[in-house]
Design a binder for this molecule. Structure first.
Ligand SMILES: *Cc1c(COP(=O)(O)O)cnc(C)c1O
Length: 240
């Protein structure tokens, strides 16, 4: 790659991070919180290590990858001192043994089966894995995750699994043309998050509500998100 192209991409990333940080801070304050209350995750799927390291140099403290193989391949090349890395994509049972112990959190627990497998592998390694429960808030067939009405029951079952600590919820809402409609989905999951948290159930710590991506992180924060996952707005469009 040509040097000038690289320079442009580096400065774009720096500029994008600055802009997003400002918008996150503003949305946090507008929703009665502090800028530091919101986790800003850089979603790094398909992004080269050189750019991920640049984002880390610019202050990113949390990265997210979708695929086990990609995460494990990139990890040795990343400057991860003080940086957390979470898995945010659907996890297959046969890959659980590879990922448990390699990430700080698995945000995409979307079935009892995968929760049990994560628990089993964690116990084997003598660790406890932090997880978020993925909710299919739009009840879409194309998406995985628990239906909103079964969330509480399933979360209680998952919380009983040894080797797992439930830290909150994650969702990807349907594509909405109107932000009022989008906010309804965000508000629904926020209510589930608050209701379950208020019950102070065993081994369920409703501390993280992971929602908001490049196109909707401001709305998500205004609706109660404290953990946004942003990819293309930092790194540009993904090339698969
Ligand atoms: C890719 C991805 C994101 C980031 O998407 P952008 O629209 O590029 O910000 C967030 N969450 C999940 C689960 C993803 O797969």
């Amino acid at each position: 790659m040509e040097k000038s192209f690289l320079d442009k991409k580096f400065s774009d990333i720096e500029y994008n991070l600055k802009t997003i940080n400002e918008e996150i801070a503003e949305a946090a304050v507008r929703s009665g919180r502090q800028p530091g209350d919101i986790d800003f995750m850089a979603v790094t799927k398909t992004v080269d290590e050189i750019y991920i390291n640049h984002a880390i140099d610019c202050g990113i403290k949390l990265i997210g990858e979708n695929k086990v193989q990609e995460l494990l391949r990139k990890k040795p090349e990343l400057r991860l001192d003080g940086v957390k890395k979470n898995l945010i994509g659907h996890l297959q049972s046969n890959k659980a043994s590879q990922i448990v112990g390699e990430v700080d959190m698995i945000e995409s627990v979307d079935s009892l089966k995968i929760a049990r497998e994560i628990g089993k592998q964690s116990v084997k390694k003598g660790i406890v894995t932090d997880v978020l429960i993925e909710i299919n808030i739009g009840r879409e067939e194309s998406k995985t995750g628990f239906m909103p009405e079964e969330a509480e029951e399933k979360i209680c079952e998952i919380a009983e699994i040894e080797g797992i600590k439930v830290r909150g919820l994650m969702t990807i809402p349907p594509i909405c043309e109107k932000s009022t409609k989008l906010c309804k989905f965000f508000e629904n999951i926020y209510n589930i998050y608050v209701d379950i948290g208020a019950k102070k159930l065993d081994n369920i710590y409703m501390q993280i509500l992971s929602m908001g991506m490049s196109g909707d992180y401001t709305e998500a924060i205004l609706c109660g998100s404290n953990h946004v996952r942003i990819g293309s707005k930092i790194f540009g469009p993904r090339i698969y």
